[in-house]
Design a protein around this ligand. Sequence first.
Ligand SMILES: O=C(O)CCC(=O)C(=O)O
Ligand SMILES: [Fe+2]
Length: 226
Amino acid sequence: SGKANFVQLNPSQPGDLKEAFNLTSFHPDIKWPSSDAVGDFREIHTAFFHRCKDLSLRVLRVMAQSLSLDPDIFLSAHRFIGTDKNSTTLRTLYYPSVKSETAKEGQVRCGEHSDYGSITLLFQGSEGLQVCTRAGEFISAPCIPGTVLVNIADLMQRWTSDQLISVRHRVLLPPVGNSSTRQSLAYFVQPDNEALITCCDGSNKYPPVTGADYLEQRFSETYGRK
Ligand SMILES: O=C(O)CCC(=O)C(=O)O
Ligand SMILES: [Fe+2]
């Protein structure tokens, strides 16, 4: 369903300074913004969701090939993107301009976290994203016009028995006196709800888990709800 909300990705910190519209599959009850307010929002959003789906499937195939695995190993667990059997989500993000005097201690635009699913496609309109290196240092991810940033997410790390490592990332506030806003689009690719994710090297380093159970576990840790 679609919902607008204010959430924080690092619950130990004050709320993130952001607005988001989340679109997870296509139910009749999605609360779309009225078309008077934002013209073709629904049509554009829906078309973009499907283009992201196509791109994700291409990326997942190449990733399997790069690990010398069956090219369909990840694809076969992403058959239902865009239906209620899959929780892949398109998040449209707007980070308003910040008055540093009113920001709380420790407040950021997007708290440090890693994404939960298999991969995330990130489209960004400006600089601001920072990613954590293996050495534990945050560095700025460049914003290159016309490109898509692909993040490895936690379930992919688990699936590949830590061969691929999910990336911790965050968005800090702009420097004092800088009133810029930020827009980004994140497409969180999730395996199908019923897909059983088992370490693809047969090691059983992590016990098998379904896409839905894993996501539920992570949501309850982050937002304290089921
Ligand atoms: O706005 C961004 O670039 C990052 C958003 C993000 O990481 C998230 O919502 O999970
Ligand atoms: Fe993220």
